[in-house]
Design a protein around this ligand. Structure first.
Ligand SMILES: [Fe+2]
Length: 208
């Protein structure tokens, strides 16, 4: 038993190094695209292609043993974060049944699935935002994020999510800002035509 543990260690370290390199390479490629083209839908689709390819190496680069499951709902594991006020790449886990109400991250994001299925519905705001705390949204489309698939959201796009089936949804998420420096997230409650915002984590000197 002890022998097996000792023998396994170099392999675990090798996978972690390989993963680290692959994630940093993805961030460099993403940075080159965003710097050249910005973060509109077309540019984000290019990032999605990269992210789907990385997620496709799931069993090799992202073994479940390296990423503990959440006790409930979901959790994120940091894979790579750019220096300064840059992008963040995460491995995300959402347990079966986990759902999130419509929300606007305030910054673009790209997802790609490693395993499991998550349904994303997209919304647009239909009011003029003139009444604080009030908002109306309507669904404009949906996208299933499953192995080989992903989705993109431009700045201020609105989505809701639900994990489909009895398997956790495990995937990669690339955000325009690291989660520790995330803007305010605006949550919508269509049944009540109301909205609320979580506090921004943006440092005062770069607040957007
Ligand atoms: Fe979200």
């Amino acid at each position: 038993m002890a022998k097996a543990t000792i023998a396994a260690k170099p392999r675990v370290i090798a996978i972690a190094k390989q993963r680290d390199l692959a994630c940093k390479t993805l961030l460099q490629q993403a940075r080159a695209i965003v710097d050249a083209e910005g973060s509109d839908e077309a540019a984000l689709q290019k990032l999605k292609t990269l992210l789907i390819a990385l997620a496709g190496q799931g069993p090799t680069l992202f073994p479940t043993a390296d990423f503990p499951m959440p006790d409930a709902q979901g959790r994120n594991h940091v894979l790579a974060v750019e220096d300064g006020d840059g992008m963040g790449l995460y491995l995300t886990i959402a347990l079966p049944g986990k759902e999130a109400a419509p929300h606007d991250h305030g910054i673009w994001c790209v997802n790609a699935a490693i395993s499991g299925k998550e349904l994303h519905k997209f919304f647009r705001r239909t009011d003029d935002a003139s009444r604080p705390g009030r908002a109306m949204v309507e669904e404009i489309g949906q996208s299933l994020v499953a192995p080989g698939l992903g989705m993109v959201m431009t700045d201020h796009a609105i989505h809701d999510t639900v994990v489909i089936g009895d398997e956790p949804a495990i995937g990669l998420a690339l955000y325009g800002y690291a989660l520790v420096r995330f803007p305010s997230v605006v949550w919508f409650h269509p049944a009540f035509s109301s909205t609320r915002a979580s506090p921004s984590r943006r440092p005062a000197e770069v607040a957007v």
